[in-house]
Design a protein around this ligand. Structure first.
Ligand SMILES: Nc1nc2c(c(=O)[nH]1)N[C@H]1C(S)=C(S)[C@@H](COP(=O)(O)OP(=O)(O)OC[C@H]3O[C@@H](n4cnc5c(=O)[nH]c(N)nc54)[C@H](O)[C@@H]3O)O[C@H]1N2
Ligand SMILES: Nc1nc2c(c(=O)[nH]1)N[C@H]1C(S)=C(S)[C@@H](COP(=O)(O)OP(=O)(O)OC[C@H]3O[C@@H](n4cnc5c(=O)[nH]c(N)nc54)[C@H](O)[C@@H]3O)O[C@H]1N2
Ligand code: SF4
Ligand SMILES: [Mo]
Length: 741
């Protein structure tokens, strides 16, 4: 009999704290952890499914090497590490480290592995990287950079205290996206003095709760949000005194929107003008407004433009740096690229813009399937499933085949692993120390360093060990003399801190390889056997150096590197999670990183696209009359994290409006053929009047081979992407629907 032990849910970015009981290698009892600083006991129904991750039948238990005939053979770890290091080194020696592309580094809750992966990239000189953020959030990050100075000036909502809450293109009832979502949504809906606004073409579970549901035409958000901005400016609803103090460019913005025909733009968006007025009125007169945008605009046409317009609603009303409004938060670590070398601004072959250090996901195949001399020649995929999650799966598979070498580090035999030259099996997130860097809260920001529940499954390695062995096999540690560091470690963390600080000041390599060096030298003496957390010490030092006062306000004491040490010890001492910074209300304004410290309202690069709205409307295509949202979050979706066979009780149906179904002669539960310019698939239909006519949806994360669902990216095209950030239009795939007989 063992007690309920603290851990976290790994299914979405909220990472609710859990208490679980295990039996053998299984997680059998799951409850919310009241001691978790942000979830406070909350969890949704998906958390109960965690054993479908931990005990999935396609868990890997041995390194696998591809044979010449295409099949895989199991090999021992020593062979695998030697082979993989040699093959990566061969590519580096022939074409340079920059030709080794790194994708992933952490799914919804496992970001420690990626931190060690940085040392591997440094050892190889691999500079180009990407991950799923580059197919959703990079447009938003870029806009943050334009408005507030740097892409890292990310703002977070405070729905708990907001008088008006606005959701643009997301369904937090299902997808969450902020802590305790369902509880907070219910509070908002219940309270007559607060207003819940939802902008979504579908009457989602969230929209059902809304005071105002703007049921926008799919892909027409830019017109709707543009009309809202225009109304706000025209009717003088902007917060003049706040803007005088904190912003720059109001006159220019006013000129840009002066001639917008609000009625016409609302008509294009197919939202009643009166409703748009009501929404603007609610936002402009509120004491506080928080807004969250997500895939509904981030993966639809005009996504970056829409992000800008959406953020203008916040800034124009002075809802930046206010309780209940939007704030710039601290972070434990960055999830963007960088690390292993200088930051390139564009991709090596196509010259595509890199935002936050990440190559746009939709151009990865183009950066590979070419004879350009700077094309990618090898790929390391860690904790990601791009052969399922990137647009145009067949093309990505073709791209992987064109590589000189590919290696996938994963817990399961995924769609991507099946394409690799080498597969390295990782211990699961419950079999090692883990943490998530989705630390997005304000004013109290939290991090949860989770102790393991199990020993690593036999045959697997935790990423810290795996990367360390690769770095060692590459010879990158040769010539570094770790004896002094070992000795210092034996004398305790304080001595180690000073000795490491001095050594790193003289040897740059020590910093670049720090995760692995720390794991090797400091790791063995860490309390609780927490060797894998060595990198957290370095990150704790960074946090303490960047925001010392905020760390001290969180109750952690000390100065300089001793504050970092104290923070690291506090992490270990709080297995249910820790508040690591507490900000003062005015922190946000101080974190604006433009040269003049003001918000820059006008984003020059978006003006041509804004201007084009005047003379265009959402594209239509008679050959493909439906708009397909390829990848909707539902109760039974969890990206591709849960691979247990019995998890899903319902098929991944194509949702369709009853009028459309009737016209096509389709009854509920019958099969439809979905055809796009890229591919075709068959799915069972589910009729629902929550969808507008002409709009259909398929769930994300389906089509894993063992389920009979549709893999959405067999239907998407890489060319359908945002002109600025390159983010895909997964929510806006032109499709034809027919009866499948
Ligand atoms: N259950 C579950 N939860 C998850 C996940 C999961 O797989 N399953 N995945 C997690 C991840 S990785 C992410 S990024 C988040 C994503 O979370 P969300 O963004 O909330 O997820 P989606 O359901 O993909 O899309 C959101 C909404 O966009 C709407 N939409 C479609 N087209 C348009 C449009 O043109 N305009 C507007 N305004 N809206 C549109 C859809 O109707 C849908 O309600 O969810 C996270 N949470
Ligand atoms: N058409 C369409 N495509 C989409 C979307 C959509 O809505 N529509 N959504 C997009 C979005 S928002 C996202 S976030 C992406 C998600 O897509 P990806 O980022 O590619 O990843 P996931 O499906 O979340 O899979 C994570 C992988 O990590 C592995 N893993 C889990 N734990 C560990 C571990 O401890 N170590 C290692 N090494 N591996 C581990 C899992 O087995 C899995 O293979 O999909 C995107 N693709
Ligand atoms: S909200 Fe997200 S992290 Fe929390 S229990 Fe649900 S799926 Fe897991
Ligand atoms: Mo995502």
């Amino acid at each position: 009999m063992n007690d309920l032990r603290p851990t976290a849910c790994i299914i979405c970015s909220i990472n609710c704290g859990l208490r679980v009981r295990t039996e053998g290698r299984r997680i059998v009892t799951i409850r919310g952890d009241r001691d978790h600083p942000t979830s406070a006991g909350y969890h949704c129904e998906k958390a109960r499914s965690l054993d479908h991750y931990q005990s999935a039948p396609d868990r890997l238990t041995s390194p696998l090497r591809r044979r010449p005939d295409g099949s895989f053979e199991p090999v021992d770890w020593d062979t695998a590490i030697t082979d993989v290091a040699a093959r990566l080194a061969a590519v580096r020696d022939a074409h340079g480290g920059e030709s080794i592309f790194y994708y992933g580094g952490g799914a919804q809750a496992n970001h420690l592995g990626g931190a060690y992966g940085r040392a591997l990239r440094a050892a190889l000189g691999s500079t180009f990287t990407s991950n799923a953020l580059a197919q959703e959030k990079t447009g938003e990050f870029w806009v943050d950079g334009q408005l507030f100075g740097r892409p890292r000036c990310h703002t977070t909502p405070d729905f708990e205290h907001a008088q008006v809450a606005v959701f643009v293109g997301n369904n937090p009832w299902q997808s969450h996206g902020f802590p305790r979502a369902r509880a907070v949504l219910k509070d908002l809906a219940r309270d007559p003095s607060r207003t819940l606004i939802v902008i979504d073409p579908r009457r989602t579970e969230t929209a059902e709760l809304a005071d105002l549901h703007l049921q926008v035409r799919p892909g027409a958000d830019a017109w709707l949000l543009g009309a809202m901005v225009a109304l706000m400016l025209r009717d003088h609803r902007a917060n003049q005194s706040w803007l005088d103090a904190h912003a720059h460019g109001l006159d220019a913005l006013q000129a840009l929107f002066a001639d917008v025909d609000v009625d016409v733009w609302c008509a294009i968006a197919d939202v009643p003008v009166a409703q748009v007025h009501a929404a603007v009125d609610a936002i402009a007169s509120a004491e506080s407004v928080s807004i969250l945008e997500d895939l509904g605009i981030q993966q639809a046409p005009h996504s970056t433009l829409s992000s800008w317009l959406e953020k203008l609603l916040v800034v124009l009303t002075g809802n930046l740096g206010r309780k209940g409004g939007m704030n710039i938060h601290t972070r434990f670590a960055s999830l963007g690229g960088g690390g292993g070398g200088r930051r390139q601004a564009t991709s090596p072959v196509g010259g595509h813009r890199i935002v936050g250090g990440l190559i746009p996901c939709n151009v990865i195949a183009d950066e590979l399937l070419t004879d350009h001399p700077r094309r990618f020649r090898a790929m390391i995929v860690e904790s990601a499933n791009p052969a399922h999650s990137l647009a145009d799966t067949p093309r990505f598979v073709e791209a992987m085949a064109a590589l000189e070498f590919s290696v996938v580090i994963d817990v399961a035999m995924t769609e991507t692993a099946r394409q690799a030259d080498y597969v390295l099996p990782a211990a699961s997130q419950f079999e090692k120390w883990e943490a998530s860097f989705f630390n997005l809260e304000f004013p109290a920001n939290a991090i949860h360093l989770r102790p393991p529940l199990f020993e690593p499954l036999e045959g697997t390695l935790p990423e810290p060990e795996l990367h360390t062995r690769l770095v060692r096999a590459l010879g990158a540690l040769d010539g570094l003399d770790p004896a002094t560091l070992h000795q210092a470690a034996a004398q305790g963390l304080e001595t180690y801190t000073m000795v490491f600080g001095m050594a790193a000041a003289t040897d740059r390599r020590l910093m670049q390889l720090a995760p692995v060096v720390l794991y090797e030298t400091m790791g063995p003496v860490l309390p609780q056997g927490a060797r894998q957390t060595a990198v957290m010490w370095a990150l704790a030092q960074q946090v303490a150096m960047t925001w010392p006062d905020a760390v001290r306000r969180a109750g952690i004491e000390g100065d300089g590197m001793m504050l970092g040490n104290a923070l690291y010890h506090a992490l270990l001492a709080h297995p249910s999670g820790l508040v690591f910074t507490v900000d003062l209300p005015d922190a946000t304004i101080g974190r604006i990183e433009t040269p003049d410290g003001r918000v820059h309202l006008v984003v020059e690069d978006l003006l041509p696209e804004l201007d084009a709205l005047r003379t265009s409307s959402p594209r239509t295509d008679d050959a493909f009359p439906f708009v397909l949202a390829a990848g909707e979050r539902r109760t039974h979706t969890a990206n591709t994290l849960l691979r247990g066979r019995t998890w899903r009780s319902a098929p991944g149906a194509l949702r369709i409006n009853p009028a459309d179904a009737a016209r096509l002669g389709l009854a509920d539960g019958e099969s439809a053929r979905i055809t796009t310019k890229r591919g075709a698939a068959v799915a069972v239909v589910a009729l629902t009047d929550t969808l507008r006519p002409g709009h259909v949806t398929l769930p994300n994360g389906h089509g894993l081979g063992h389920d009979d669902g549709v893999a959405p990216n067999n239907l998407t095209s890489t060319g359908d992407r945002d002109p600025i950030a390159g983010t895909p239009w997964h929510k806006h795939v032109r499709a034809r629907i027919e009866r499948a007989d």
